[in-house]
Design a protein around this ligand. Structure first.
Ligand code: UD1
Ligand code: CA
Length: 453
């Protein structure tokens, strides 16, 4: 099977500099959803028809398995498919998809493709309460599909038909090539209609089978931001339902956003307004508090993340206690039972089992051993304005509050750093190191007072 994706439309009604088919749904361009679905079907070839000014589309999504056909000017859907036909091979079936119909599902398409053969084409249709604007499916007395009539060309009787064309169809390439060559634009819109091939197929003795989608949402197109937002919610609801089905507790399935893939173990609980981006895996019993943003993370079983935490490119061990208001940045590797409290930022660092940084700390480019206590206000000074340096903190270290570790620097096993220390040289194992001005009291000192004017 070979696929043609129509993506030449400008999408003026999006009122955006970003071409319509690049507008993201669930964090991914609409066209990328369609291409991924086409790939999942095992297509041998995918040809994208793009339009004038569509170079950004090509640049954004080009891949070795794609062929690109420019359609300029745009003279209708039939003319669009015609531009792709030179890339297709006879003896195959061609599936026509649309870059602005992003939710089309694999199961529906599998069914549609199975219904088509060298002597039968398949058409995806839906029943709509209000079919205004759509092409209508005209059937004969025996219920056989005869042709499609566009709304603007339809008679009143034809406009009463509620079965409409979704535009998605499968036809044998050899026939398609021939039918498209015979298209005329003598219609209300002076366009070359792809839909006219249905009548030609019937006239040539090729039967036309109509199939319906699993969900109507699969066939909805996007022309403006309101429709995009509607499809986003429908898609998110479907993803939420899959999680619920798999046993995940979602406090409110209407308030979760998944922009990528989210894998969950048993008894995972997710509170409201969480956003998951990229590849996220949550182990058994993981709990995510409200308003967390989690991107590309692997979080092992039993870890709890309190509200308003931000986690990115991070691996967390089992039984960690994170947040509220914690931030882990790319390259964070936490062992088991690590605690990160409020306003703690970790970047490109490993923190081993049982270590804690519970309040207001910056841990950057550091390797922290086991059972280390990082006091409130601790900062690794990892950057001299040009270069980054590492801080090594060995097992069982205790770092007093408000300590700066000026990297590169090492704190030996079991060392203690006194509160307020600015550490510029390595601290020996097992000893107390402190850098602090000696405390002194000036007796009898008087605070200045304002003089009356
Ligand atoms: C088309 C169908 C109609 C169907 C409806 C479903 C035709 C003639 N009509 O109508 O039966 O009910 O879709 O939404 O096919 N495109 C190009 N190049 C062109 C014209 C269109 O790439 O020259 C692309 C558009 O970007 C869009 C898709 O084809 O993704 C459909 O085009 P549109 O103009 O929206 O077709 P409709 O008139 O809605
Ligand atoms: Ca349309």
């Amino acid at each position: 099977m070979q696929v043609v994706v129509l993506a030449a439309g400008q999408g003026k009604r999006m009122r955006s500099v970003l071409p319509k088919v690049l507008q993201p749904l669930a964090g991914k361009p609409m066209l990328a959803h369609v291409l991924d679905t086409a790939r999942a079907l095992g297509s041998e070839k995918i040809c994208v028809v793009y339009g004038h000014g569509g170079e950004t589309v090509r640049e954004a999504l080009d891949a070795p398995d794609l062929a690109w056909a420019l359609q300029s000017p745009q003279l209708g859907t039939g003319h669009a498919v015609q531009q792709a036909v030179p890339h297709l091979d006879d003896g195959h079936l061609a599936l026509v998809l649309y870059g602005d119909v992003p939710l089309i599902g694999e199961a529906t398409l599998q069914r549609l493709v199975s219904a088509a053969r060298e002597d039968a084409m398949a058409l995806l249709t839906v029943e709509l309460d209000d079919p205004t604007g759509y092409g209508r499916i005209v059937r004969d007395g025996a219920g056989k599909v005869q042709r499609i009539v566009e709304h603007k060309d339809a008679s009143d009787a034809e406009r009463a038909i509620t079965e409409v064309n979704t535009g998605i169809l499968v036809a044998p390439v050899l026939r398609l090539r021939e039918w498209l060559g015979r298209l005329k634009n003598d219609n209300a819109q002076e366009e070359y209609y792809l839909t006219d091939i249905i009548g030609m197929a019937v006239a040539d003795g090729v039967s036309v089978v109509a199939e319906q989608p699993d969900h109507v949402a699969e066939t909805l197109g996007v022309n403006n931001k309101a429709q995009l937002a509607e499809l986003e919610r429908m898609h998110q609801r479907m993803l939420a339902d899959q999680l619920l089905e798999a046993g995940v507790t979602l406090i409110d399935p209407a308030r979760i956003d998944i922009r990528g893939t989210l894998e969950c173990g048993r008894d995972v609980q997710i509170d409201v307004n969480c956003v998951f981006e990229g590849q996220v895996a949550l182990g058994d019993g993981v709990q995510i508090g409200a308003n967390c943003v989690i991107r590309n993370a692997n979080i092992a079983s039993g870890t709890r993340i309190a509200p308003f935490s931000h986690v990115e490119d991070t691996v967390m061990g089992e039984g960690c206690v994170i947040g509220p208001y914690a931030r882990t940045r790319p390259g964070t590797r936490l062992g088991n039972e690590v605690h990160l409290g409020n306003f703690v930022e970790v970047k490109n660092s490993t923190i081993a089992k049982g270590s804690k940084a519970n309040h207001l700390a910056y841990v950057g480019d550091a390797d922290i051993g086991e059972r280390v206590n990082v006091g409130a206000g601790t900062i690794t000074c990892n950057y001299d304005g040009a270069n980054k340096f590492r801080t090594i903190i060995e097992d069982d270290v205790f770092i007093g509050s408000d300590t700066q570790l000026v990297a590169p620097v090492r704190v030996g096993k079991g060392a203690t750093l006194g509160a307020g220390t600015t550490l510029t040289k390595d601290a020996p194992a097992g000893e107390l190191t402190v850098s602090r001005a000696k405390q002194l009291t000036i007796t009898g000192w008087k605070r200045p007072v304002k003089q009356p004017k």
